[in-house]
Write a protein that binds this ligand. Structure first.
Ligand SMILES: Nc1nc2c(ncn2[C@@H]2O[C@H](COP(=O)(O)OP(=O)(O)OP(=O)(O)O)[C@@H](O)[C@H]2O)c(=O)[nH]1
Ligand SMILES: [Zn+2]
Length: 350
C-alpha cells in the first residue's frame, strides 16, 4: 500500500508549525525587563546558572534570579558580576546581569561542540581529597595534581579517614605525603568522622573559594558537611530535582561554608581531573620536572629511556622521587591507552 499523500493545506500547516518552532528556539525565553524599571548597578556573584537564567547573590546576601544581557558571552558559577535589580517585582526574574568582571581562574572541561566548556570561575584552591578507603594511591593524587597545575589554581592535599589508620599505616602514609610537602604542597590529615584536623581545614578555607575533588567514596560530602553551617544543606541541594528541572543536579553551585569561605560543588566539578589531559601538559604538571623540560637531547623526548633525557638524569641524581617518576610514566601510558580506545571506538563506528 502506498503512503497517503498529504494535502496542500496539511503541508502548509506543517511548514508553518515548523517555522514557529524554529522561531521559538531562536527567541530568548526571557522576560525582558525595561531599562527604566531597573535600579542602579551593583555587584554580585553567580551562585548557579540555569540556561538563560542565573541566580546572583548581591551584597545584602539576598539571592535574586536574573536575566543575562545578550552581550555576555560566558557566565558561570563563581563569576563576579554587575547587576541591576528591578525596582518593582513583577515576575520571578528580579534583575539583569549587565557585565562580568575578568576571571582570576576558571575550571574547564572538554566539550564536544565548543572544544572546552567553562564550568566555574574565580576558584582560589583545589582540595584533593584522598583516603585509605578506597585504597590510597599516589598515582591518583598525581593525576589530580597535574590537572590542578594545568588550571593554575593552587592544589592542597587532604588525607581523610585517618581514624581508620593504625599507627604503623599512618606513619607510612605520612611518609608518602611528605614527598608532596617537600614539593611545596600543603598536606592535611583529617577525619570528618572524629573531626580531627577539621578545624585547620576550616581555617584554610576562610576568605577563599574552594572546590573539593577526589575519587568517589573518599569522603568529600562528609567533609563538606562537617564544614557547612547547616549540615543538611549540601545533600538537600544536590539531590533536589524539581522546579528548575535537571539542571539543579548538574549545575555547579556556590555554597557558603561555616567561616568566611565559599565552596563550589557539582558532580562535574568533582570529577574534573578525570577528563582527558594532553600529554604535553602532564610533564608540566609535575612541578619538579619544570626545570628540566626542554633540555632533553631530543625535542620529542618521551622521558622514558630516550638517550640524553634530562629528566632521567635528574632522577638518577636523586632529584626526582622514584614514585613520582613512575606515576608520570603510568599517567602517560594511560593516556595512550585512552587514545587507542578512542581510535578503536571511532573506527568501529564507521
Ligand atoms: N571512618 C570514616 N569514614 C568516613 C569518613 N568520612 C567519610 N566516611 C565514610 O566514607 C563513605 C563515603 O563518604 P562520602 O562523603 O559519601 O564520599 P564522597 O567522596 O562524597 O563520595 P561521592 O559522593 O561518591 O563522590 C561514607 O560511608 C562515609 O560515612 C571518615 O573520616 N572516617
Ligand atoms: Zn626527556
Amino acid at each position: 500500500m502506498s503512503k497517503k499523500k498529504l494535502s496542500k493545506g496539511q503541508l502548509r500547516r506543517m511548514r508553518a508549525n515548523h517555522q514557529k518552532r524554529l522561531q521559538r528556539k531562536n527567541e530568548a525565553p526571557e522576560v525582558e525587563l525595561e531599562n527604566d524599571s531597573l535600579g542602579p548597578e551593583q555587584t554580585g556573584r553567580v551562585i548557579s546558572r540555569f540556561g538563560q537564567h542565573v541566580d546572583i547573590e548581591i551584597d545584602t546576601a539576598e539571592v535574586i534570579r536574573c536575566n543575562i544581557r545578550r552581550t555576555i558571552q560566558s557566565l558561570v558559577t563563581g563569576d563576579n558580576v554587575i547587576v541591576r535589580i528591578a525596582q518593582e517585582q513583577t515576575s520571578t526574574i528580579a534583575g539583569v546581569v549587565e557585565a562580568v568582571e575578568p576571571r582570576t581562574s576558571s575550571l574547564t572541561r572538554p566539550d564536544l561542540y565548543d572544544g572546552v566548556k567553562i564550568i566555574a570561575a574565580n576558584i582560589d584552591q583545589i582540595l584533593i581529597v584522598t583516603s585509605v578507603v578506597p585504597a590510597f594511591s599516589t598515582q591518583i593524587i598525581d593525576r589530580y595534581l597535574v590537572a590542578a597545575e594545568d588550571t593554575g589554581i593552587k592544589p592542597v592535599i587532604v588525607l581523610n579517614k585517618v581514624d581508620l589508620l593504625d599507627e604503623e599505616t599512618r606513619e607510612l602514609l605520612t611518609e608518602a605525603l611528605d614527598v608532596y610537602q617537600k614539593l611545596g604542597y600543603q598536606v592535611f590529615e583529617v577525619s570528618s568522622q572524629t573531626a580531627e584536623g577539621v578545624e585547620r581545614v576550616k581555617q584554610l578555607l576562610d576568605d577563599k573559594t574552594s572546590i573539593f575533588v577526589g575519587q568517589s567514596g573518599v569522603g568529600k560530602s562528609s567533609l563538606i558537611n562537617a564544614l557547612m553551617p547547616d549540615a543538611d544543606l549540601l545533600t538537600g541541594e544536590v539531590s533536589e530535582n524539581s522546579g528548575l528541572g535537571q539542571h539543579t543536579t548538574t549545575a555547579a553551585k556556590l555554597l557558603h561554608l561555616e567561616g568566611s569561605g565559599d565552596l563550589i560543588d557539582s558532580p562535574g566539578v568533582r570529577e574534573f581531573a578525570l577528563w582527558h589531559l594532553p600529554p604535553e601538559k602532564v610533564a608540566w604538571g609535575f612541578v619538579e620536572f619544570r626545570d628540566y623540560l626542554g633540555t632533553c637531547k631530543f625535542r620529542d623526548c618521551k622521558h622514558l629511556d630516550d638517550p640524553g633525557c634530562a629528566l632521567q638524569v635528574a632522577f638518577e641524581e636523586g632529584k626526582i622521587d622514584e614514585e613520582r617518576f613512575d606515576n608520570f610514566h603510568r599517567i602517560i601510558a594511560s593516556l595512550d591507552e585512552q587514545r587507542h580506545a578512542r581510535q578503536f571506538r571511532s573506527g568501529s563506528d564507521e
